[in-house]
Ligand binder design. Sequence first.
Ligand SMILES: [Zn+2]
Ligand SMILES: [Zn+2]
Length: 345
Amino acid sequence: MKQLFYMYPLQGIAMIDQIPEPQISLPDDVKIKIDYAAICGSDAHMAHGANDFLFEMYGIPQGTPIPLGHESTGVVVEVGSAVTTCKVGDRVTINTVIPCGKCHSCRTGHPNLCDATLSARGGGGMAEYIILPDSEVYKLPDNISSLHGTLAEPLHIALESVEKAEIKAGQAVAIVGGGPIGMLTLQVAKMQGAYPIVLFDITEEKLRFAKELGADYAINSKDADAVAQALAVTNNIGFDKVLECSGSPKVLDMAMSLLGKGGGLVITSVYPGGSKYELDLSTFFAKELSIKSSYVAPDTYVRSINLLNRIDCEKTITNVFPVDKYTEAFAAHNDGKNIKVVIKF
Ligand SMILES: [Zn+2]
Ligand SMILES: [Zn+2]
């Protein structure tokens, strides 16, 4: 079967088409024929070596092809004897972050931080077939297409980051970065009643998309007066919450300067290993600011699938490419003019 990999370290993305089709071996295994796999910012960052520090941390030998993809939908084609959550023929989405249930993080209520997720069974979602335990397979509602269903995974990340930010109705919210997570975060923050919502990006296309998806203001962060423009929207009080979704460590200064007194920054971004940010501690203390990070999500998947009915899936997915055109698909993801790019298997 065909499968896409990141060739660790730093050898880019490759399609290997002689991968043996995975076979069911455990009673709770579900075999899924993948229909669509969306490109996540983390897949693209990985191709540039951003996760190499993680692979090193988890002791993965150099030269190992790392399976890509975790935003996939497909059809169940075979189930093990103990499977209860789905049956052959069901259209499903998947969660490839499989907690071990045994490590310290899992046993203290943080399965998203599981020590073993990188080596868990399952493989990648950018493959013709994948096998996962049925606990990680979710049926798609009849009114959600398999293409739109690919948004369930990134939407559950956006949902988690909005919840980490504890956004309340009427709070001023700034979102930095108009990638897929930024655009989904925008839509969830809007549903939570945030107002005004300002989205920052560096391309005019993204700013236009942001306005179409509900941003009250969209500001080009390259503008010399970008921060002043945004603060003016809050009568110079500053934002209650800032959500950093850009993946660029350079924007941290800007993100922090947007916060009003008592404000909170939530980071939902993969940064290159070793990225640093110098914090102005006196301002941080005197304004009683806070910074949190939101890494994967422990319990928002089911609600995310429900919410697919409330977000604009049509506008959020801007391109679909056949798997053989994966190079073009990643180029479209990287060119800054699209939101969610999806690969059709
Ligand atoms: Zn993702
Ligand atoms: Zn664990």
